[in-house]
Design a protein around this ligand. Structure first.
Ligand code: ADP
Length: 170
């Protein structure tokens, strides 16, 4: 199972996997950070499909095509905004990972790349978010062997180090 999880430093929009996950906002109509990068790289057809989805609640996920991306699909999930830790943020973040992987399995997708959901503008402390992300993914892939690979894509070296430490790689 450990071999199915990978950590990399890079730009998630460049990955030729079955599906990349977008840290979206509840409108699903684009935003900054990784969301903006995904919409720019996928092209305007992605926004056109997102317009038909009627948004998404925090902790849930919806799937679209990948359009101009090397990835075949995008799963848009809405992470919680960090409000100090007493507003169910941990459960909601865990739910983002679980809902995204469930959608991947339902759609027959076997390789999936995640950004560090909520760890940018939404302010979730990375040292709290990373153990949640890793635990959810480990639990899920132990139950669903059809998932072949999960890649945690980190935009900076500090985040990469946190994931590697959590996975016992450092
Ligand atoms: P949120 O609003 O959920 O906090 P952000 O997009 O602001 O989402 O940030 C989530 C994480 O994604 C941050 O760690 C940020 O550094 C990272 N990120 C931003 N752009 C990219 C990208 N192109 N590829 C991978 N990760 C990215």
């Amino acid at each position: 199972m450990a071999g199915k999880i990978e950590v990399m430093l890079g730009d998630i929009t460049q990955l030729a996997v079955d599906v990349i996950v977008n840290a979206a906002n509840s409108s699903l109509l684009g935003g900054g950070g990784v969301d903006g990068a995904i919409h720019r790289a996928a092209g305007p057809e992605l926004l056109a499909e997102c317009l038909t989805l009627d948004g998404c609640s925090t902790g849930w996920a919806k799937i679209t095509g990948g359009y101009q991306l090397p990835a075949r699909h995008v799963i848009h999930t809405v992470g919680p905004v960090w409000e100090g830790g007493k507003a169910n943020e941990a459960e909601l973040l865990a739910s983002c990972y679980a809902a995204s992987m469930e959608l991947a399995v339902t759609n027959g997708l076997k390789t999936i790349a995640f950004p560090a959901i909520s760890c940018g503008v939404y302010g979730f402390p990375p040292e709290k978010a990373v153990p949640i992300a890793v635990a959810e993914v480990q639990d899920f892939i132990s139950e669903y062997p059809e998932i072949e690979k999960v890649i945690f894509v980190c935009f900076d070296a500090e985040m990469e180090a946190l994931y590697r430490e959590e996975l016992g790689e450092s």
